[in-house]
Design a protein around this ligand. Structure first.
Ligand code: IDP
Ligand code: MG
Length: 150
């Protein structure tokens, strides 16, 4: 299914550290297609919904507080297996457990400053895309697709 979509967000630490271009380049070069992107400040209620599954965790308030502290770059990427592949490209939640070559493994150290979010399942991807891009995403034909997919 080449039209699978995932939600990827560069968190405030990734934006401040000017890693947005690097992250976009990695997804583009892999062959995935950008179908939505915006820079925005996420407020508490949006993040409480986004991270709803983590309510009750000791780090929840700090997480919401940090991710709402500055601009984020929210994106939707499309392509075959992009949800799982995106998670592999991100690395582990704990950057110290992430392999070099992964985004977190290459650019971060602490778990609460791991610079990027990626949907972890088809269900959460659908929910997150609907939550962050109420306006919908862009459908476009990429001329390179015939050189990426056989
Ligand atoms: P994920 O981002 O790899 O999917 P989740 O378990 O969904 O990881 O947690 C969401 C975010 O919450 C993580 O990316 C990380 O920034 C933060 N987080 C997770 N576990 C901890 C923790 O034990 N301490 C501090 N922050 C954490
Ligand atoms: Mg998660």
């Amino acid at each position: 299914m080449t039209h699978e979509k995932t939600f990827i967000m560069v968190k405030p630490d990734g934006v401040q550290r000017k890693l947005v271009g690097e992250i976009i380049a990695r997804f583009e070069k892999r062959g995935f297609k950008l179908v939505a992107m915006k820079m925005m400040k996420a407020d508490g209620p949006l993040l409480e919904q986004h991270y709803g599954d983590l309510k009750g965790k000791a780090f929840f308030a700090g997480l919401v507080n940090f991710v709402s502290s500055g601009p984020v770059v929210a994106m939707v990427w499309e392509g075959k297996d992009v949800i799982k592949q995106g998670r592999v490209m991100l690395g582990e939640t704990n950057p110290l457990a992430s392999l070099p070559g992964s985004i977190r493994g290459d650019f971060s150290i602490d778990i609460g400053r791991n610079i990027i979010h990626g949907s972890d399942s088809a269900d959460s991807a659908a929910k997150e895309i609907a939550l962050w891009f109420k306006e919908g995403v862009v459908s476009w034909d990429c001329g390179e697709d015939k050189y990426i997919y056989e």
